[in-house]
Design a protein. Structure first.
Length: 341
């Protein structure tokens, strides 16, 4: 036993915790939990300090500058301006063109997400679940679904400027593709001036925005559907549910968060619509202001009329509408009963 004592002592020495180990500090002093928390967050803050400063300077500060300039009569062409208080916002309430522009944004907000997300859900469901049953699979997509996903997503590979220019030629009343097709099939009486008709121009904008964005949501919703376990669909089919029941009772509830995110994103796009309206329509918002939207009206006031202060007031009003929509969409989309799988 005496011969084993040096080995035991050495093993005990190696197993003993170091003075600066857990609960210890330098020189064997114990470090309190509050001090350890302070050290951890000081380390994290050291890495976040520079990005937060850059974010504050480049992102947050322009918002405050916009609020400030909306209270002035700044022309945007000189450094001389006067403080006018809430006069610009008073003008907004009496500006008929601004009210029309804001109404077009709200109309896009009501129509565009419903059509785009509805088509995206339909196509994604057909590509993933709507095909015939195959051997060894309870559910399957249509044949060639991968190819269709590429076709649907193709507009996302093009810039919005290219998309709008292409559709501008399609809607051209003189030699455009759409009127050409109608003439070729003997439907000359259906030919229209399209973008030149105040009754149709706005809906032409809606068509272009739906076509340009629906492919993205087809791919997004397809990914969400692909993550749903096949066993759920198998159990639903064994209960005798059809495709419509499966979609509304199984697929859609399990994709609630994805659809909600798409709704918010599409709503924000509807409140913008600057590039489409500015490039596609007659005189950037015409004819007769039938397609004018708030961002285009803001641009015209700032860079054509030299009323930058008034334009920033339009921007503040649009920001408020966007924030109200985002908060409302998140509030209505929140559910206490979450479905997990």
């Amino acid at each position: 036993m005496a011969s084993d004592s040096p080995a035991v002592a050495e093993a005990t020495k190696e197993a003993a915790p170091p003075p600066g180990g857990p609960g210890g500090g330098r020189g064997g002093r114990r470090v309190s939990p509050h001090h350890r928390t302070y050290l951890k967050y000081r380390f994290i803050a050291g890495f976040l300090a520079v990005p937060l400063v850059l974010y504050g300077v480049l992102v947050v500060s322009p918002f405050f500058q916009t609020f400030y300039y909306s209270l002035t009569d700044w022309t945007g062409l000189s450094s001389d301006f006067a403080f006018v208080g809430l006069d610009n916002f008073g003008r907004l309430m009496e500006d008929e063109i601004f009210r029309k522009a804001l109404w077009h944004n709200v109309l896009l907000l009501l129509v565009l997400p419903v059509i785009t997300l509805g088509l995206g859900l339909f196509f994604a469901f057909m590509l993933n679940v709507g095909g015939r049953h195959r051997r060894g699979e309870a559910v399957a997509g249509v044949r060639g679904s991968r190819f269709y996903k590429i076709v649907y997503f193709f507009p996302q590979a093009l810039s919005i400027a290219i998309v709008v220019v292409l559709w501008k030629y399609i809607f051209n009343p003189a030699g455009g593709l759409l009127n050409g097709i109608l003439s070729a099939v003997g439907l000359e009486e259906w030919q229209q001036s399209w973008l030149g008709d105040p009754r149709l121009a706005f809906w032409c904008v809606v068509v272009v925005m739906v076509w340009a964005n629906v492919g993205f949501y087809v791919v997004l919703f397809s990914a969400a559907m692909g993550s749903i376990p096949r066993e759920i669909y198998e159990a639903t089919l064994l209960d005798g549910a059809g495709r419509t029941t499966t979609f509304f009772r199984v697929t859609l509830p399990l994709m609630r968060d994805t659809v909600q995110t798409g709704w918010v994103y599409m709503g924000i796009m509807a409140l913008d619509a600057f590039a489409v309206v500015h490039i596609l329509t007659v005189n950037a918002g015409g004819p007769a202001y039938s397609t004018i939207v708030a961002p285009v009206y803001l641009y015209n006031k700032a860079f054509q009329d030299g009323q930058a202060g008034y334009a920033t007031a339009v921007a503040v009003a649009l920001l408020i509408v966007t924030m109200v929509f985002s908060v409302a969409a998140m509030a209505f989309g929140r559910s206490k009963d979450r479905i997990e799988f």
